[in-house]
Design a protein around this ligand. Structure first.
Ligand code: OSB
Ligand code: MG
Length: 374
């Protein structure tokens, strides 16, 4: 596929409600989108980096620079036939997985369109619909959280994940569990605890949590393996897993029993599929995480979640939970049984509302193959 143009845009858009984690509050997203034009087709990618480098070392601004200066020129100089060639094309650039995923995922979208099949089909997806959960940020009071949980359960969501941190944990779990004894419930600490909190973390075992996500350091396997020995509740790793080797190390060391896969965090579909397969071969279930994506990133997550071993409800939920108006058509909706139907039309299966994208864009840059070669 000849790369005719790579267009980068930064969109600014407010979340319908603030999202608070142990590392900070997000009110407004700054989303970097890549539009890649190739032989009459258009592929889209979304960068999942945060506004600040708090979840991972990348940010909207760092990804913009790396794509403009490094990855965009490397890709524009090639004519990849498959999304799977991107890791080789980008190999010289270390890290920067979210920047890489922005372009790689757009190439997979283009490839599916060229083949006339859905992205889910292209990657070998086997599901017709995916089970959905919600990730609920830290609230200002427990009654406010209870009201939100009530609403999300009524909407059909199959699993409730609570963001937690010291001071917003056992007391919250106690209240939620006593009101809803049977629901699938998990928590996500985003690295808010240390090994000296191990006794405190063992108290989480009383609440029959499906998992505790990333309790310790963002880059750790060893101390998570120490902690897992002391916990009945399975640990799920998110931040620590940047690639297949990390997944193998974590599984081998018994640092976790479940893995959260995020396309951006591992650098795109190639590595996400590799992590998925490595986990599946070792009997470790995975689920698809979210990064407050617009409909473009969300549609990539939906396709990814159609792979066999995505057997637990993910954090991929309806557009309307995030945006007054999403930039895709139709918006992502969730059924009353908490499922999203996988589209079967070519590519991602959701149209991009290019007029709205233009209106929301605050920064634009074109990377053209010819200019680069010349
Ligand atoms: O750790 O899963 C996380 C959002 C931003 C950064 C990290 C995380 C999250 C979420 C939100 O949990 C998931 C979503 O609803 O998109
Ligand atoms: Mg997480």
């Amino acid at each position: 596929m000849r790369i005719d143009a790579i267009l980068l845009r930064e969109l600014q858009l407010p979340l319908v409600r603030p999202f608070e984690t142990s590392f900070g509050v997000t009110r407004n997203r700054r989303v970097l989108l890549a539009e890649i034009q190739s032989e009459g087709l258009t592929g889209w990618g979304e960068c999942t980096a945060g506004e600040r480098p708090f979840f991972s070392p990348e940010s909207t601004d760092s990804a913009w620079q790396v794509i403009v200066n490094e990855l965009g020129p490397l890709l524009a100089a090639e004519s990849p036939e498959h999304g799977g060639e991107c890791p080789r094309i980008f190999r010289q650039v270390r890290g920067n997985q979210m920047a890489k995923a922005t372009l790689e995922n757009a190439i997979w979208d283009l490839e599916a369109q060229r083949e006339g099949i859905s992205l889910s089909q292209l990657i070998g997806g086997v599901r017709e619909s995916i089970p959905c959960g919600v990730s609920l940020g830290i609230q200002s009071s427990i009654p406010e959280l209870m009201a939100i949980i009530e609403k999300e359960l009524a909407a059909g969501y199959q699993r409730i994940k609570l963001k937690c941190k010291p001071g917003w944990d056992v007391e919250v779990f106690e209240k939620v569990r006593s009101r809803w004894p049977g629901i699938l419930l998990s928590c996500d600490a985003n690295s808010a605890y240390r090994l000296r909190d191990a006794d405190h973390l063992t108290a989480f075992d009383a609440f029959d949590l499906l998992m505790i996500e990333q309790p310790l350091w963002h880059d750790d396997f060893y101390y998570h393996s120490m902690l897992q020995k002391r916990l009945e509740t399975p640990i799920c790793l998110d931040e620590s897993i940047r690639n297949r080797r990390d997944a193998l190390a974590a599984i081998e060391m018994e640092s976790c029993r479940i893995i959260n896969i995020k396309l951006g965090r591992v650098g795109g579909f190639s590595e996400a599929i590799a992590v998925h397969n490595a986990a599946q071969e070792r009997g470790i279930p995975v689920w698809c995480g979210g990064m407050l994506e617009t409909g473009i990133g969300r549609s990539h997550n939906i396709a990814l979640s159609s792979l066999q071993n995505f057997s637990l409800p993910g954090d991929v939920s309806a557009s309307a939970r995030y945006w007054a108006e999403d930039i895709i058509e139709p918006e992502v909706t969730v059924s009353s049984t908490g499922e999203i139907v996988i589209p079967d039309t070519p590519g991602r299966g959701y149209e991009v509302r290019t007029d709205l994208v233009e209106r929301l864009a605050v920064r634009k840059q074109a990377i053209r193959a010819l200019e680069l070669v010349g």
